[in-house]
Write a protein that binds this ligand. Sequence first.
Ligand code: ADP
Length: 475
Amino acid sequence: MKNPFKNLTIQKKIIIWFALTLLVIVTLMNTLTFSIAKIVLDEDIKERLMNTVVSNVEEIEYFNRLDAGMEREQGDQFLQYNSGWLEIDDDFCDYYEGICTALYDKDGNLLYGEAPVEISRSKAASFTSVGSVKYNGEKYYVYDRVLSGDSFDGLWLRGVVSKNERINILYNTVRLSFWLLPLLALLAILGGYAITRRSFLPIQQIADSAEEIGKSGDLSRRLDIGWGRDEIHQLASTFNGMFDRLEKAFETERQFTSDASHELRTPTAVILAQAQYGLELADSEEEYRESLEVIKRQAERMNDIINQLLFFTRLDQGSEPVNMEETNLSVLVAEICKDQRLISCKHISVKDDIQPDINVETDRNLFTRMLNNLFSNAYKYGKEKGTITMTLTRMGDDAVLRLTDDGIGISRENLERIWNRFYQVEPSRNEDAGGGLGLGLSIVKQITSLLGGKISVESEEGRGTSFIFVMKCKK
Ligand code: ADP
């Protein structure tokens, strides 16, 4: 069966649920109030009926004769009865709060008072406890009480009250809650509607903005739903954060492609020009050889660029295998230093100060590649006959590796940028060393994060540079 609620908006679902729940609560509350009030008020009216009749009994007296000196109050009634008189005090209530009281003789003749209900004489004085009768379509409670004393000769009082009297009082009591509760429920629903409407409005704005961003492909746009601290504003700011990262990633990707093609364009152009020169203009073997040498150099450079780019992409995509294993970093670093001494150039000497037996969890190949990159820079930008110092120390739980050269250094404003892909402080600086690509340090950074380490740089222009690599030691 089709669910009719499925296509409703969340706001409508909440409001419908809210309204139905309140309706059930209000109905239950009203039914409960009504039932309890009915029971309580029923008992109350019966008790008042009995009390009124009983107190009226006290207000009737019998006198054999009426003396001149008798104490009489204005409003007292005197009825001739048998051989004497009945005095009905002015406090006798023949009608009080809907309760009528009447005085009857033993044969059921009405002597005094109000009698809204006619009941057959056979039932005279028969309602010794509160009973209920129906008269002219209306229901009444009836209570009879015989006056005690010989002189009263079977006189009795009958109290009658309409059951509607109870209903009236009940109605007044319940009416308030009967209207007040639905009114409060209605207020709650309207309030809920206003709050959910306001709360869901930003969601609609988010959906609209996201759709526009999707259509226009403009990742620089952001969701703007104003200021707030609720979940929806948090969601919008999470989305905006995601757009930030996406925009950055796309921009980096675009930059990478453009830089890579730019880097490849120069050697390609040189190769083409040299090939053309060789084919069309070169006459001697020497000139051919010269052209071929230039072509070879440029092809090697291209090969270098392509290899680095491929390695970089593999790192980026996570397809470069990372094989973490327990490694004695002290031994590994000492070996790398030894190898680096063999390829040392510019008469630069390599010194090391390595604390023994520092064990870490790392990938030996990636670590070696990273350190070789740092060494290669230290040689490239190091001073002729200078020194490269390698130290490895354990500081607390950390293994701290520091590679220092006494070369040209890096200016403060360039320190942040050296990690960017293809960034070179000044390409001419390393032309002597065969040229760079500006990829070395971004590869170092990438490997560092793959190995779970951290890298930082300290440098002073003209004095030298230190790269500091930190990673957790194995316990
Ligand atoms: P490159 O191929 O140009 O060496 P890198 O990414 O390895 O690219 O380095 C980026 C830039 O950082 C270099 O162009 C260089 O100017 C600077 N740099 C890197 N290492 C050092 C260093 N040890 N001393 C001075 N400058 C350095």
